[in-house]
Design a protein. Structure first.
Length: 107
């Protein structure tokens, strides 16, 4: 986990969830697991997950909105580039035969 993310509120929840998951995994793989110990940990994971779900939904919505806005802006940039480049290419392509004719007549 990057150190810069540790101060973010929902990242604290994610870090705690990871620690709980590691404790549950350690208990189960060690063979010392008991429902009395594991069940409260699992309940705590579910409680924390319920707090993260709205945050992840909001994050997904924000990404979707940003994607839509960025797509619109990029489309405008592409259209502007086409509006500039198409006339410029027509101008240059019409100018090239004239220059070659002048060059050939000078020789």
């Amino acid at each position: 986990m990057p150190r810069s993310m540790r101060g973010v509120s929902y990242m604290k929840i994610v870090i705690e969830l990871r620690r709980l998951g590691e404790r549950i995994h350690e208990q189960i793989t060690s063979g010392r697991s008991s429902p009395e110990y594991i069940n409260p940990l699992v309940a705590q994971v579910h409680q924390m997950n319920a707090g993260i779900t709205p945050l992840s939904d909001q994050f997904s919505r924000t990404l979707g909105e940003a994607n839509c806005a960025l797509r619109s802006q990029l489309l405008m940039v592409i259209i502007a580039a086409a509006i500039i480049l198409i006339p410029a290419s027509v101008f240059l392509s019409r100018r090239m035969p004239r220059r070659s004719e002048v060059f050939e007549s000078a020789s």
